[in-house]
Design a protein around this ligand. Structure first.
Ligand code: PGA
Length: 257
C-alpha cells in the first residue's frame, strides 16, 4: 500500500508573512489527517519561517525546496547547496521541474547530477518528468518519458523506494487549467512504473511513489488520485490557498483503492 503524498509547489509566490499565515491556517485544517503525507515547497527565503511555524504548531508537514545546486559549497553565485537546505530542515527537493528545464535550460545531464547530490546528502528528490503538447500530439510521450527518466537516473542505484519520488507533469497541463484525464495520467504512471522496474527492479517499482502534477484542484483531485498508479499530487496554483490545498489533502485521505 503506497501512502499518498500531497505536495504544494509554491513556485515564486508568498513573502515571509504570507508563508507564516499559510502554515498557521493549514495547521487548523489538517491536524487530524494521518493516512496522507503532506509537504510544502516554499521559495528559499521562506524556508526558515515555514520550518519554525511547522514545529511551533506541531503539524505533520514535510519541508521541501524547489531546487538546489549539486555542489556543497564554493564560488557559485546565486546557488543553494544541499547542506544549506538541510540546515533549515529541508527533507525533500524538487528537481527537474519543467519550468527549470524550459526557462532555465536545465538538461537531463545536469538534473542527473542534482538527483545524485540530493541522494548523497539524504534529501529526497522529487524528480519531475513530462512531455510537451507537441510531443504528445506526435505520439512521443512514452519515448520522452523514457529518455528523461533513464538519463536523469543514470548511474544511480536505489535500495529504498522511499528515497526518491517521481512526478509525472505533462508540460501542457501545468498552470493551464487543463489537467491530464485520469486515464492519460494512469497510462503514463503505469509506463513510468514499468521503466523503474527496468532501471532498478520490480520491488522498487511496486513501492515507489509516482505523483501527478498539472492543474490539480479540488474539483478533479478525486478522479486523478483514484487511479491505481497515481500516488499523490504535486500542486502549484491550488496549493497557494490553505483551503483548497487542505480540501485536496482531505480528498486524498478519503480514497481507498
Ligand atoms: P499547477 O502546477 O498545479 O499550477 O498546474 C503544478 C506544478 O508545476 O508542479
Amino acid at each position: 500500500m503506497r501512502k499518498k503524498l500531497i505536495a504544494g509547489n509554491w513556485k515564486m509566490h508568498k513573502e515571509l508573512n504570507e508563508a507564516y499565515n499559510f502554515i498557521k491556517s493549514l495547521s487548523k485544517e489538517i491536524n487530524e489527517i494521518k493516512n496522507v503525507d503532506v509537504a510544502v515547497f516554499p521559495p528559499f527565503i521562506d524556508l526558515q519561517i515555514v520550518h519554525d511555524t511547522i514545529l511551533e504548531n506541531k503539524i505533520a508537514i514535510s519541508l521541501g525546496a524547489q531546487n538546489m545546486y549539486y555542489e556543497l559549497k564554493g564560488a557559485f553565485t546565486g546557488e543553494i547547496s544541499p547542506k544549506m537546505l538541510k540546515s533549515v530542515g529541508v527533507e525533500m527537493v524538487i528537481i527537474g521541474h519543467s519550468e527549470r528545464r524550459n526557462i532555465f535550460n536545465e538538461t537531463n545531464d545536469f538534473i542527473n547530477k542534482k538527483v545524485k547530490s540530493a541522494l548523497e546528502n539524504e534529501i529526497v528528490p522529487v524528480l519531475c518528468i513530462g512531455e510537451k503538447l507537441e510531443q504528445r500530439e506526435n505520439e512521443e510521450t512514452e519515448s520522452i518519458l523514457a529518455e528523461q527518466l533513464t538519463n536523469c537516473l543514470q548511474d544511480i542505484s536505489c535500495s529504498n523506494p522511499n528515497q526518491i519520488f517521481i512526478a509525472y507533469e505533462p508540460v501542457w497541463a501545468i498552470g493551464t487549467g487543463v489537467n491530464a484525464t485520469p486515464q492519460q495520467a494512469q497510462d503514463a504512471h503505469l509506463f513510468i512504473r514499468k521503466l523503474i522496474s527496468d532501471i532498478w527492479n520490480h520491488d522498487i517499482a511496486k513501492e515507489i511513489r509516482i505523483l501527478y502534477g498539472g492543474s490539480v484542484k479540488p474539483s478533479n483531485a478525486k478522479e486523478l488520485l483514484s487511479q491505481l498508479d497515481v500516488d499523490g499530487a504535486l500542486i502549484g496554483g491550488a496549493s497557494l490557498d490553505a483551503k483548497s490545498f487542505s480540501e485536496i489533502i482531505n480528498i486524498a485521505a478519503n480514497i481507498t483503492k
